[in-house]
Design a protein. Structure first.
Length: 324
């Protein structure tokens, strides 16, 4: 029987999207799949105990492997954002490697590349040079529909921002929630009672102002902790404010207006390449100027975002099962 090992990024600052995607795939693949989560953690990574506190339901629903000694798999799926060549060679000892949305050195050498989110050229860090070979960096398979899209969708296009969801992923290490509320609520562009803030499973553990502390001092804002299967709640909101990534596409698919505020120039470049309305970077001066226009044209934003959603659903779990 085929066996598939899912290896998510546990790096601090990488958010929870990689973990959640692997948990979702493991649930859909069933007994043939396992998620690699070692008990120990390297510097800058989250350990098993921390993840168990953050994701108790998910860890209880999937098969977890803390050790791989003597094991071999039909397919090793890397969902790590960036994988070094050294790491790739390590994982190849356990089976053929398929890399999801890979942005590191492994992109030129992995057995199989799957791009789900759109890509743009990324500036190389000083002193780093990505090697290439005959395969170049083109993906073997590209499919935006491989996203785990919500089942529930809006039937009516929103016209006003009467219900606004603010969600910057499972970590919000850049403090984007606080930045957006300062731009929109503190200036009166949005009423506090219109806003619901979701803090991610990893946010509180960061001790960051993006958690409930500073935000909760504003009267009227609805504060929610981690929400199980958040994508199925998106259709109930007129506007979803997030950064470039999976939630943006889920919200577009659900029929919401989507507005992005990004933590880095790279995220901003991705947003513009994809066509999403964006306030710019969190540390930029353009965000405040764009806020009024964006919040006064919700219907137009929603129609624009609908065109950015995937054309159809594709089954990533089934694709990986066949690949294995």
């Amino acid at each position: 029987m085929s066996s598939i090992l899912l290896v998510p990024s546990r790096a601090r600052g990488n958010g929870s999207g990689h973990l959640m995607r692997c948990f979702d795939l493991a649930k859909r693949l069933g007994a043939i799949a396992a998620v690699y989560l070692p008990y120990s953690a390297e510097k800058g990574e989250r350990g098993y105990a921390e993840l168990q506190l953050a994701f108790p339901n998910d860890l209880g629903a999937v098969r977890v492997l803390p050790s791989l000694e003597g094991m071999r798999f039909s397919l090793v799926v890397l969902d790590k954002r960036e994988t070094s060549l050294e790491e790739l060679r390590f994982w190849e000892a356990y089976g053929p490697v398929a890399a999801l949305d890979e942005g590191g050195e492994a992109r030129a050498f992995a057995s199989y590349l799957i791009d789900i989110l759109p890509r743009v050229a990324r500036p190389r860090a000083a002193g780093r040079a990505f090697r290439t070979d005959a395969r170049g960096s083109a993906a073997n398979k590209t499919a935006l529909g491989f996203l785990s899209l919500p089942l529930k969708r809006r039937q009516v296009t929103p016209r006003r921002a009467e219900r606004v969801l603010v969600s910057f992923g499972g970590e919000d290490s850049a403090g984007l929630t606080e930045r957006f509320l300062a731009l929109a609520v503190d200036t009166g562009r949005l009423t506090a009672k219109a806003v619901t803030v979701v803090s991610g499973a990893l946010t509180a553990q960061n001790g960051h102002a993006g958690g409930s502390g500073a935000i909760g001092k504003r009267g009227g804002i609805t504060m929610l902790g981690p929400v199980q299967d958040l994508k199925e709640k998106l259709h109930g909101f007129d506007l979803v404010v997030t950064q470039f990534g999976i939630t943006a596409y889920e919200a577009a698919w659900a029929g919401c207006a989507v507005l992005l505020l990004n933590p880095s120039p790279y995220h901003e470049k991705l947003s513009k390449a994809a066509g999403f309305p964006t306030l710019g970077r969190a540390d930029g001066v353009s965000a405040a100027k764009k806020n009024d226009t964006a919040l006064n044209s919700i219907g137009e934003l929603a129609q624009r975002c609908t065109l950015l959603a995937p054309d159809k659903r594709d089954d990533l779990a089934a694709f990986l099962k066949n690949l294995a």
